[in-house]
Structure formats: structure tokens, C-alpha cells
Ligand binder design. Structure first.
Ligand code: PLP
Length: 472
């Protein structure tokens, strides 16, 4: 087989074609579950196709019906877009296929991971601490809870939960659901998770936090961790980290910040102040695949004090795998995983290509476009902003005639835009009210794209309203 007709040369052509088309046409060629199932051929997996024609046909179907997450009308998730240097890193990482556990099998990757993490520790104010790559924000939040529990109860490592007192963990009522999962996975259970109410902008209420801590102590519980959020999933709100740090300190609690989404503001002088007080946090989660837009996954957990990862993750007889003995040369002992992908290579290429200034400009660009979106909403009499805008989350909805249910109406508009391939934007709930959550985090989105989104939204809302009024 010559180079010209290897699967890899076809792959290179395909990548170039897809990348060119990713920003044009529909966001998605929508099919419902049953119709899409019919599109996918039944495969004889016993013998295997053993021919590339079948493989490329499947790849074509995959790409044809996948959502174009780099399309400028894709605003659905806390990640979007495509950045070439990071994509190259991601592909090369798969090509060289290694695991991040030993220097022996991943020499360059180990050096790069140590270097990237050291730079990011400085960006996030954890210069003298340590950092560990995780499978994402959920995993970072879980790991932070384990570190907090093991610090408070060193006997946990040997004795497990058997002799543990009742504990309490405090989190914003609008925190990401990974905190609930962390409670279950750690074995301390959902009853020990105390959800603290928030104000009308989504910020955890400090007097309520203190009252709930005092109440849990009266109930015989030991407060273990307070989790603040830097950029909540729906509103993008930032908790009061300075005050949380004081409260955590007074109660000898771990203070964790879930910055999986909003931690990205650290890259810009204009937005960094939102993290004020984070210098007093014990740990902080951050996802490079969210606001910075490198391919999924790219999670990091930063910790203020050294030694925690080793205490919780370095276990068992590992003489058959870890041979170096030197600190941070074999990175496996610091991780919850054994096999682990080289997630920091793509991040490194992104960082090297754009530099700190490029990443700062990217964050500023998101904030400018978000300001524009807010202005459009405020200037348009049929739209309303439903919550104060903190960063690049914009929560809005269409106003509606009294005879129409607001939630159903907005949901219908959103779904119709999706099924017609015009845009993809998410919904969430603020109390009982459905909100349209617009996230601007694709570096290639322009002012024109934002205006286009609202033009499409308004046109669709007008036609849905007309239909609903006719039916009423
Ligand atoms: C605030 C917050 N924390 C954690 C997560 C979970 O991150 P991941 O999807 O990387 O597990 C999310 C995801 O959206 C999030 O918004």
C-alpha cells in the first residue's frame, strides 16, 4: 500500500473537508432516534467488514448526522468550537497512543504535563501547590471531596467509612450535579450534602451558609468541606470566595472552588477579579475544554498544599509498574486513574500557539459578545433577560401572550430551531421558569453570528406564537 491510498491519507483529506464545512450549512441534519437507527446499516460483526469502503461509509454517516459543535450557531454547551493547534495535539496524542502513568512509556508527555501544570498553577494562584490532570470537572470535584475527607479523617484510608462520624458538605443550591455524584461515589451519601440557597443573581447566601453549618453541628455532624462555584452552570454566577474562606477557616473545613467553567476568567485581567478570594481556597477544579475550547477532555484539579494526591491515590503494590522512584517522573501515583490519556499535549500546543495574550484576547472576546447579546435582549421588547449576566452565560426568554404557557412556548422555539438546523441553544430552569441559556464560548463566533442568532430566534418565536394563538 502506498502512502497515497492508506486510510491515513483519506483521513487527512476528510479532516480538511470537515473542518472547512464545520461552520457552514445547518448546525445539525436532524433525525429522530428511530429514523437515524434506520440510516445506520446493520453490520455483520461476526466476520467483520474487512474493507475500508464500509468504514468510510460509516464515518461519513457519523459526520453527516453529528451536531457541528464548531458551527457559529452552536451555543448549547459550556464548550464549543474547534481550535487547530489543540486539534492537532489531540490527533497526535491518539496516533502515538501512550498512557500518562510512567516516564518510561510517556517521556515527552510527562515533561509537557509537568510544564503545563506548573504554568497553570501560576495562572490560578497555586504556584506553591500541586495540580493533577483528571477526566474532567466532575472527577476533579469528586477528587477534591476525597482529599477533604482524608485530610479531616486520616484513619479513613485504612478503616474506610466504618468509624466515620456523620459529616456535612456545603454547596450552592445551583452547584453542578457532579457534587451529588461525588457524595454517592465517596460513600458518605446524599443526606450529608447541604444545599445552600442563593440570591437572585445565583450567589450562595453567606448568612444561610453559616446558619446551616451551625445547625448541622447541633445535629451532630462534622463540617468537612464548603464548595463555592466560579461560574455556575446555568447563570455563570461567582460565589463570595473571601467570605467562604473565612467561614471554612473558622470551622476547620476544606474550601473547594468548582471553577470547571468559570475558572477560565483567570486568563484575562478584565475578568480575573471575579476569582478574588480563590487564593485562600484549598483546591480548585478547572476544565481546559470549556472556556478555552480545546477538545474534550482536559480537566485539572489544583491543590494549595502538596502531598494530598500522593496520600489518597498512591496505593497498593505497584512494583510492576512504577520503577523511577523520582518525584513526579512517574505521574501515575498522583492520579485516581491507572491508564490515562495525554490530555495536556493539546493544551500545550494551544498555549504555545496563542500564548497568554491570545488566550486573554479570547476570553475578552467572549465577554464583548456576551455584552452585545445582553444589549440586544434589553433593546428588544419581546425578549427579557431572566438573570443578571456575570460572564458569557446569558439567560433569557421570549415574552409571551397571557394565553400561552411561557415554558412551553420558549421550549418549542428552541426545539424548532434545533430540528431545522438553524441553531442549538440550551434550556435550563430558574426555579419553575424555563430559561434559554445562551453560552458564547466559540472563539470564531462574531458579532454578526450573535445578531443572526437573535434574528432567527425572533422569526421563529413569531411563527410559533402565531400557530399557538390559532390553536387556542
Ligand atoms: C460548574 C461545573 N462543574 C463541573 C462540571 C462537570 O464538568 P465535566 O463535564 O468536565 O465533568 C460542569 C459541566 O458543565 C460545570 O458546569
Amino acid at each position: 500500500m502506498t502512502t497515497a491510498n492508506t486510510p491515513y491519507s483519506h483521513l487527512a483529506t476528510l479532516m480538511a473537508q470537515y473542518s472547512e464545512q464545520r461552520t457552514t450549512g445547518s448546525v445539525v441534519d436532524y433525525k429522530d432516534y428511530a429514523s437515524l437507527q434506520r440510516e445506520l446499516q446493520a453490520l455483520d460483526l461476526k466476520e467483520g467488514a474487512q474493507d475500508w469502503g464500509s468504514i468510510w461509509a460509516l464515518v461519513d454517516t457519523y459526520l453527516k448526522y453529528s451536531v457541528k459543535t464548531a458551527h457559529p450557531q452552536y451555543f448549547n454547551q459550556l464548550w464549543a468550537g474547534q481550535s487547530e493547534p489543540a486539534l492537532v495535539g489531540s490527533v497526535i496524542e491518539s496516533l502515538a497512543n501512550t498512557s500518562m502513568y510512567t516516564y518510561e512509556v510517556a517521556p515527552v508527555a510527562t515533561l509537557i504535563e509537568n510544564e503545563v501544570l506548573s504554568r497553570f498553577r501560576s495562572v490560578f494562584g497555586f504556584a506553591s501547590g500541586e495540580a493533577q490532570v483528571t477526566t474532567g470537572g466532575s472527577n476533579s470535584n469528586y477528587l477534591s471531596l476525597l482529599l477533604a475527607l482524608h485530610k479531616k479523617f486520616p484513619e479513613l484510608k485504612q478503616q474506610g467509612l466504618n468509624n466515620l462520624p456523620n459529616v456535612a458538605v456545603f454547596v450552592s443550591a445551583e452547584a453542578h450535579y457532579s457534587m451529588d455524584k461525588a457524595m454517592v461515589m465517596s460513600g458518605i451519601g446524599l443526606d450529608s450534602l447541604v444545599k445552600v440557597p442563593v440570591d437572585e443573581t445565583g450567589v450562595m447566601l453567606m448568612p444561610e451558609l453559616e446558619a446551616l453549618i451551625n445547625q448541622s453541628i447541633l445535629d451532630g455532624r462534622v463540617p468537612v468541606s464548603i464548595i463555592g462555584t466560579a461560574g455556575t452552570t446555568v447563570r455563570g454566577a461567582f460565589d463570595n470566595f473571601t467570605r467562604i474562606a473565612e467561614i471554612a477557616h473558622a470551622h476547620d473545613c476544606w474550601f473547594h472552588i468548582d471553577g470547571a467553567w468559570g475558572g477560565g476568567v483567570a486568563f484575562s485581567a478584565q475578568t480575573r477579579t471575579l476569582l478574588a478570594g480563590s487564593e485562600m481556597a484549598d483546591s480548585l477544579s478547572w476544565d481546559g475544554h470549556k472556556m478555552l475550547g480545546v477538545p474534550l477532555m482536559c480537566g485539572v484539579l489544583f491543590v494549595r498544599e502538596q502531598g494530598h494526591f500522593d496520600r489518597v491515590c498512591n496505593l497498593g503494590d505497584t512494583s510492576y509498574i512504577f520503577h523511577s522512584g523520582a518525584e513526579r517522573q512517574d505521574l501515575g501515583p498522583y492520579s485516581l486513574q491507572c491508564g490515562r490519556r495525554v490530555d495536556m499535549f493539546k493544551m500545550w500546543l494551544e498555549f504555545v500557539y496563542y500564548g497568554e495574550q491570545g488566550l486573554e484576547a479570547r476570553i475578552n472576546h467572549f465577554m464583548q459578545l456576551s455584552e452585545l447579546a445582553e444589549t440586544i435582549i434589553k433593546d428588544e421588547p419581546t425578549l427579557e433577560l431572566q438573570s443578571t449576566r456575570w460572564i458569557n452565560n446569558i439567560c433569557f426568554r421570549s415574552k409571551h401572550p397571557d394565553t400561552i404557557n411561557a415554558n412551553d412556548f420558549n421550549k418549542t422555539v428552541r426545539e424548532r430551531l434545533y430540528q431545522q438546523g438553524q441553531s442549538l441553544v440550551n434550556i435550563a430552569y430558574l426555579g419553575d421558569d424555563l430559561t434559554i441559556r445562551l453560552i458564547i464560548t466559540n472563539k470564531d463566533v462574531t458579532e454578526q453570528d450573535i445578531r443572526q442568532f437573535f434574528q432567527n430566534w425572533l422569526a421563529c418565536a413569531a411563527s410559533v406564537e402565531e400557530e399557538l394563538l390559532q390553536c387556542a
